[in-house]
Design a protein around this ligand. Structure first.
Ligand code: NAD
Length: 472
């Protein structure tokens, strides 16, 4: 599958949508291209004293809004084309969910499992140092985040290295140079599970559309729908968890080492525990197992959630897929050809650039928190609680009746950071879905959700260029 050019796939989808807009050709070309790509190679001293060279990239796709934003991935398959494609998706993603950033992405070409923690720390710090040297990181310039293979630990190394560099040492807003940090290092509550939670909200919105579900021969709502999830990492795990908690049947789970299936439902936490104990999801009690992980994508289900990597559903396997809804948790899991095939078959595809935008949305909240230097809810929580309590007591006095203790506490509760973050995320995912769906309906249902998402993104980015003008 390595011959599939990811950036070309993204641009094919872009061109399809651009045909529905009236923007000048040159402007569309400017929106589409990747502005800057920084390719670096640096040495790593391994624990055994040997020296190895490491390749890495940072691509900044569009500067129509600053800072630019996007994750850093560790992957042995990383390459320049992939980084540019992912940076482009970030531009469109931010526009779709009204996050005021341009798009970027970073990658380090390593197989994480082959390195010790100390080596990974040296790699991450050196990568950050290279970014600082070339002005490819900073709160108002370019703000990385976690992606495939990275998480809060790596983001803490990034922020520490950034803060330690001479020019940044006294920078008041240094914490805002990267998001997805541990909460104790300026992270925001709810960021770790944000992408998965957003994927859940997006699927819920789609499933609540009675008309769209009717076309698929499905009842509305998430409850009772059979789901298969590929990838049990940050995005896949949390998506599976939220879907399960809200009544979906987790029929299949797919990981590196294989796939498992149980039509009656799997418990994601028990599968994770089994994997920790046996180093594999295979042989999970009560489930059918296969070491051929790609086969899992073809299993019977209503909703397939690819949440691992790009180019998983291609012209090679698409004809064997049985899902009625493909919910793209990962970036670019469906190739452009496979996308067309699925659309013709009537499958509903909830596109990546919308569906996994919960991560960047909550990263935006974290960045705002870092710039304001105060935890969300700190100023208002107690005040809200006191006011709510007064209102409840007044109602009790007027009616002569007492609220049950539980209900009283729930209503009186003032919003804390997690409440506010989750509420902001839910609002974002709902309104972005409605914008997308509205566009589909305006086109008489002749365009799919991805095309609608692209049209929406192109219009927003084009508007920014037109209003700002072209420098000089
Ligand atoms: P992760 O590293 O936390 O998890 C990825 C998981 O996929 C791992 O458990 C890995 O073993 C598994 N995997 C790899 N190849 C597989 C295969 N062939 N079959 C089955 N499983 C396989 O990564 P993540 O952060 O969850 O990212 C996953 C995808 O979601 C990527 O496309 C990423 O760009 C996208 N994404 C992530 C975020 C985020 O906040 N982390 C946000 C938006 C989009």
């Amino acid at each position: 599958m390595s011959d599939i050019k990811f950036f070309e796939q993204v641009n094919r989808n872009f061109d399809k949508a651009a045909a529905y807009t009236k923007h000048p050709k040159g402007l569309l070309e400017q929106i589409k291209i990747c502005n800057n790509v920084f390719h670096m190679t640096f040495p790593l001293k391994r624990d055994d004293g040997s020296i190895e060279t490491v390749q890495a990239w940072r691509a900044e796709h569009s500067h129509h809004k600053l800072p630019v934003k996007g994750g850093i991935r560790y992957s042995p398959h990383a390459n320049e084309d992939e980084v540019m494609a992912l940076a482009a998706l970030m531009t469109y993603k931010c526009a779709i969910v009204d996050v005021p950033f341009g798009g970027a992405k970073g990658a380090i070409k390593i197989e994480k499992r082959n390195y010790s923690d100390a080596e990974l720390e040296r790699i991450t710090r050196r990568y950050t140092y290279e970014l600082v040297k070339k002005n490819f990181i900073g709160p108002g310039v370019d703000v990385p985040a976690p992606d495939y293979g990275t998480g809060p630990r790596e983001m803490a190394w990034v922020v520490d290295t950034y803060g330690a560099m001479a020019s940044a040492a006294y920078e008041l807003n240094a914490l805002a140079s990267v998001t997805g940090k541990p909460i104790t290092q300026g992270g925001v509550r709810g960021r770790t599970e944000a992408t998965g939670r957003g994927v859940y909200f997006g699927i819920r919105e789609a499933c609540n559309d009675v008309e769209d579900m009717g076309k698929l021969g499905l009842a509305s709502g998430i409850a009772g729908k059979k789901v298969v999830v590929q990838g049990l990492g940050n995005v896949g795990y949390h998506t599976a968890k939220f879907l399960q908690e809200n009544g979906a049947i987790l029929a299949g789970l797919i990981e590196y080492e294989g796939a498992i299936y149980n039509a009656k439902g799997l418990d994601v936490d028990k599968v994770v525990q089994h994997r920790q104990e046996t180093k594999s999801i295979l042989k999970f009690p009560g489930a059918t197992s296969t070491p051929k992980n790609a086969e899992g994508l073809e299993w019977e289900c209503d909703i397939l959630v690819p949440a691992a990597l790009e180019n998983q559903i291609t012209s090679e396997n698409v004809q064997r897929l049985k899902a009625k809804i493909v919910a793209e948790g990962a970036n670019g899991p469906v190739t452009a050809d496979a996308n067309e095939y699925l659309l013709q078959k009537g499958v509903l595809i909830i596109p990546d650039m919308y569906l996994n935008a919960g991560g960047v949305t909550v990263s935006y909240f974290e960045w705002l928190k870092n710039l304001s230097h105060v935890r969300f809810g700190r100023m208002g929580k107690r005040f809200e609680e006191k006011m709510n309590t007064k209102i409840l007591h007044a109602v009790e006095d007027l009616t002569g009746k007492k609220f049950p203790e539980n209900a009283f506490q729930q209503i009186a509760h003032g919003a804390d950071e997690e409440d506010l973050v989750n509420s902001g995320l839910e609002e974002t995912m709902i309104s972005a879905y409605r914008q997308m769906n509205e566009l589909c309906k305006q086109h008489g249902g002749k365009i799919d959700l991805r095309t609608a998402a692209f049209i929406n993104a192109i219009n927003k980015v084009a508007r920014a260029y037109m209003e700002l003008g072209i420098f000089p």
